[in-house]
Each structure stands twice: as structure tokens, then as C-alpha cells.
Design a binder for this molecule. Structure first.
Ligand SMILES: NC(=O)c1ccc[n+]([C@@H]2O[C@H](COP(=O)([O-])OP(=O)(O)OC[C@H]3O[C@@H](n4cnc5c(N)ncnc54)[C@H](OP(=O)(O)O)[C@@H]3O)[C@@H](O)[C@H]2O)c1
Length: 230
């Protein structure tokens, strides 16, 4: 049975990716920092049929990530797909010079270092897969092509740096596929109710990369199953 871990899967895009991959026959590990919400999400997904298991993981905390990898290895002997989905946005339309060090560090600790930290901790389990895949959920806000427009600079910088992490991991791990995805503007707690896409649409490219995309597609930034510029 193929295994997948999705971080931040108790709600939003992560939860929808978990739901779809469970329906496709994966054993899905529903990663969440909030145990109550994560357990509830895993139970609800499993009720629709398939295998979904809660895994407590706070991507901003190295001890939590290390413990999660240990706990995972007691339940499964390999990991096929890692979806680094957990993310936060704590700045609004602040001007870049108004951002505090704390705010930027907090954002980077989750959105950028979080993804690297989880990949590092689970790399030994991913190496045991025949076709390991890492999917970093990034954002068009992190694109350098076309320039910035001033919106949420700490968040955008964290996603630009996450794309750097994707490129570095793709170079270092030639047997893996490692890609960044922009889900588009999606109706979640983060995206808000006016966003143009449903969670199903936001999850689509992530689910495709996890299950169907060619194994030689690596080191790319994608939206709607197509490559987009960094
Ligand atoms: N929605 C959009 O329009 C949009 C657009 C582009 C990119 N994205 C990206 O898509 C991803 C998912 O976003 P979403 O819209 O689904 O947002 P969301 O509904 O706010 O969900 C974010 C998820 O990340 C989790 N999370 C945050 N910090 C965490 C940590 N330290 N450890 C573990 N989990 C943590 C949250 O857990 P809690 O419930 O405990 O807070 C929640 O499960 C993010 O990376 C986001 O940047 C979203």
C-alpha cells in the first residue's frame, strides 16, 4: 500500500488532498499540530472508506518533527509521498520595512524551514520507497518572475525561499521527484471566502503529483499540472 504524509491536513487544502488520496487507495497519514482536530479529520476521512491515520506533527518544532518520524516508523516501513502543506500567513499588506524580525522568523520557521525539516526527518523513510515524491505547497506570491506587488511580504519571501528549498532538494536527491506547487487562490481559512477556487481545484495538482505525474518530473514549479516560472 502506498503511503503519504500530508502536513497541516486537519483542514483546508491539506485535508482535501488527504481525502482524495485516501479515496485513491493510499494509506494517508493526516499530519496536524492540533491533536484533537487532526484525529477528528482522520476519523472523518476514514469513514468514507480507506485508511487514514492521524500523526501529530508541528512543523515549526524540531522535536515534534523528530518524534513524528519515530512514531511513523512504528506504523509503516516506508514513505512514498510527503506533502509539505502546512503554512501560515501572519502579515497583511504591511510594507516590507514595517515587518518585525519576529514576524519574518515565525513565517520562515513554518513555511520554509518547516518543509526542509520534515523532509530531512522523513528522508530515511522516503529512501525506502521505490519512487519517492516530495511536494512543497508554495504560492504564486513567491514567484520572482513578474515582480512583487507589496502583498504579504513575509509570506511571499517564505514561499520564494521554499522554492529554493525545492530546487536544492531536487538537485541533492536525483532518485526523488521534488516539486513546488501553487494551488491558486483557494477558499480556505487562509484564502478567505472570496477566493476563486474550491478546495477540490486547489488540491488537484498536488494529488496529480502524488499519484500520476511522471517520476522524472522534478525540480519544477507547477500550477494546474503545468510548469510555471519561478
Ligand atoms: N488558500 C490559498 O489561497 C493558498 C494560495 C497559495 C498557497 N497556499 C498554501 O497552501 C497551504 C495550505 O493552505 P490552506 O489555504 O489550506 O490554509 P489553512 O486552511 O489555513 O490551513 C493551514 C494548515 O496548516 C497548518 N499549520 C500551520 N502551522 C503549522 C505548524 N507549525 N505545524 C503543523 N501544521 C501547521 C494549520 O494547522 P492549524 O489548524 O493547527 O492552524 C492548517 O492545518 C499553505 O502552505 C498555503 O501557504 C494557499
Amino acid at each position: 500500500m502506498k503511503t503519504v504524509l500530508i502536513t497541516g491536513a486537519n483542514k483546508g487544502i491539506g485535508r482535501e488532498v488527504a481525502r482524495q488520496l485516501t479515496a485513491k487507495g493510499f494509506h494517508v497519514f493526516v499530519g496536524a499540530r492540533n491533536a484533537k482536530a487532526g484525529r477528528k479529520a482522520a476519523e472523518e476521512i476514514a469513514k468514507q472508506g480507506g485508511k487514514a491515520t492521524f500523526l501529530e506533527i508541528d512543523v515549526a518544532n524540531n522535536d515534534s518533527v523528530t518524534s513524528a518520524a519515530g512514531e511513523f516508523s512504528e506504523m509503516a516501513d516506508h514513505l512514498d509521498v510527503l506533502v509539505n502543506n502546512a503554512g501560515i500567513i501572519v502579515d497583511g499588506d504591511d510594507a516590507i520595512l514595517e515587518i518585525s524580525d519576529d514576524l519574518l522568523q515565525k513565517t520562515l520557521a513554518t513555511n520554509t524551514l518547516g518543509a526542509l525539516r520534515v523532509t530531512r526527518a522523513f528522508a530515511p523513510l522516503l529512501r525506502k520507497s521505490k519512487a519517492p515524491r516530495v511536494i512543497n505547497v508554495s504560492s504564486g506570491g513567491g514567484q520572482l518572475t513578474g515582480g512583487a506587488d507589496g502583498w504579504a511580504p513575509a509570506y511571499c519571501i517564505s514561499k520564494t525561499a521554499l522554492n529554493g528549498v525545492t530546487m536544492q532538494l531536487a538537485a541533492a536527491l536525483p532518485k526523488f521527484t521534488v516539486n513546488s506547487v501553487c494551488p491558486g487562490w483557494v477558499r480556505t481559512d487562509m484564502g478567505g471566502e472570496n477566493a476563486s477556487r474550491s478546495v477540490e481545484e486547489g488540491a488537484d495538482t498536488i494529488v496529480w503529483l502524488a499519484s500520476e505525474a511522471p517520476q522524472d518530473l522534478t525540480g519544477k514549479f507547477l500550477r494546474d499540472r503545468k510548469e510555471i516560472p519561478w
